[in-house]
Structure formats: C-alpha cells, structure tokens
Write a protein that binds this ligand. Structure first.
Ligand SMILES: [Zn+2]
Length: 197
C-alpha cells in the first residue's frame, strides 16, 4: 500500500523546531523529504521521530508498488521491516538514484542499524545476499523497534544536515538484554549483483 505523501502540520512539530523556526538547520529539515519503507509499528515509530525532528515531508510505503514515484524528491530512505521483494527493489533503486539508505532491523532483543551510501559502503545485498534477504525473518520485542527507529531517525537527521560521523561501513548492534552497543566493520561483497554489476 502506498500512503499519500503528507506535509507535517505546524501543530505537530516540536516546540524546539517552532522556537527556532528561522534557524538554517530547521529550515533545511523542513524543506527535506524522507521515504520510510516498512510496515507496522517500526515504520510508524520512524515516521513519528522524523516528524518530531521537524522534517517537512515523510513519505511512507509498505511495499514498492511504484518505486520510481515514491522516490521522487526524497533525500534519504529509511528502511525497516518489509517484504524481501521490496527490500531488493528499493536497494537497487537507491543505488541507481545514489540515495543513502538507513537500514534497521530488530530480532528479539537484538537490533541493528547501518547507513549505506552508494559507492562508499556495502549495499543491502552485499550484506545479506538476495537469497538470505528473501528468507530473513524478523521477530519482535516491541521496545527494540523504538530503539532501532530512533537511531535510524538520528542518522537521517545527520545526513540531511550534512554532519557526522555516520554509521558508514559499520553495523551498530544493540543488545537489548545486556543493554550494550557494539559496532562491527562491514565490507562490500565483490560478487554483489546489485552494486558490482
Ligand atoms: Zn552490493
């Protein structure tokens, strides 16, 4: 299902973004458009966090019915739980359009987030492989969605403001059981069919 893109009304913006409405960062975020790919609670949490950040337009899709149209004008893609075909399609389109993707997932008490930039980092298929992506099952522990979604939203804000560092070539792994974070290095797959055609 494709939901119609919508502008965030002023009454839903944070007090801070209204107070500092003339600040260049606030103006930049307000002029930005972000695509959220995912379904259910995780996409809703991401969209809420982006709106609270003062981002002007949040476009949400749960499946890639017409990827070309939904990507128009977007500067960043946030991807969460969605079907494997949509993940592959959005991955390919992000490479073609050279758009950053902030990917997040949660399984039980483990969450993970990484930011992908075409030519600079591995893509989704580098990391998981197409077959593995299609078989990937994601369980749920509700608060892990919020943690992952908040970190994804923070990455998106940094990308839009041009500040860093970002989670490039690194996978942030959140252990909800031990309340600990660690990062592992990521590398491109030279056999990747998406970014090494
Ligand atoms: Zn790749």
């Amino acid at each position: 299902m494709i939901r119609r893109p919508h502008d965030i009304p002023d009454e839903n913006r944070t007090a801070a973004s209204v107070m500092f409405a003339d600040h260049p960062d606030v103006i930049r975020l307000r002029a930005s458009r972000v695509l959220v790919v995912g379904s259910g609670r995780s996409a809703a949490v991401v969209a809420h966090a982006l709106a609270e950040s003062g981002i002007g337009a949040v476009r949400m899709v749960s499946e890639a019915v017409n990827v070309q149209n939904v990507l128009d004008g977007c500067s960043v893609i946030l991807m969460g739980k969605t079907d494997p075909i949509t993940r592959v399609l959005i991955n390919r389109m992000s490479i073609q359009k050279r758009l950053p993707v902030v990917y997040g997932a949660a399984t039980d008490f483990t969450g993970m987030v990484t930011t992908m930039m075409p030519d600079q980092t591995p893509c989704l298929e580098c990391l998981f492989g197409r077959k593995e992506m299609e078989e990937q099952a994601i369980g749920m522990v509700e608060p892990m969605y919020s943690v992952v979604a908040s970190i994804q939203s923070l990455e998106a804000v940094k990308i839009l403001l041009g500040v860093g560092p970002l989670l490039l070539n690194r996978l942030l792994i959140i252990n909800g059981m031990s309340q600990s974070y660690r990062k592992i290095e990521l590398a491109k797959n030279p056999d990747c069919p998406a970014c090494f055609p």
